[in-house]
Design a binder for this molecule. Structure first.
Ligand code: TYD
Length: 133
């Protein structure tokens, strides 16, 4: 079974362009408390390298592309994020990394809670221990 749960969004497109709507408890399977986005991403650097105890997130590459890596402590998997109508759920206790950003990449994240550094697990060995490996 894939580590990635992909959510396909409805895209409302006409000759003026495209519109994608993300609503809590609809396309987004949780209540949204925080939104953040990353731009100007340098492909020489990777991001992420953490898991969360509780936080649920939904990531979308709104423009451009990048690669997300998920790791459950046993298995690693990669997905190409290159579509504004596709979201990837980042559940709690999944180690995640982001890499191979295109220069135009806009990486949007919807989160179920406010920023709290105490919810982060930033040490991979500790993560492995917590998931029982
Ligand atoms: P960091 O966790 O390194 O980002 P990434 O997951 O993309 O690798 O976060 C970068 C900095 O921004 C770090 O000092 C924490 C801070 N930050 C906030 O203050 N609020 C937030 O909502 C987020 C996501 C990060």
């Amino acid at each position: 079974m894939s580590l990635f749960q992909i959510i396909n969004f409805k895209q409302i497109a006409d000759e003026r362009g495209s519109l994608v709507v993300l609503e809590q408890h609809k396309a987004v399977p949780f209540a949204i408390k925080r939104v953040y986005y990353c731009t100007g991403l340098d492909p020489a650097f990777q991001r992420g390298f953490h898991a969360h105890h509780q936080l649920q997130q939904l990531a979308v590459c709104v423009t451009g592309r990048c690669v997300m890596v998920f790791d459950n402590g046993q298995q690693r998997e990669e997905i190409l994020m290159d579509s504004q109508d596709k979201g990837v759920l980042i559940p709690p206790m999944i180690w995640h990394e982001m890499k191979d950003f295109s220069p135009d990449c806009v990486f949007l994240v919807l989160a179920s809670d406010f920023y709290d550094e105490a919810d982060y697990i930033r040490d991979y060995a500790q993560f492995r221990q917590l998931v029982g490996h």
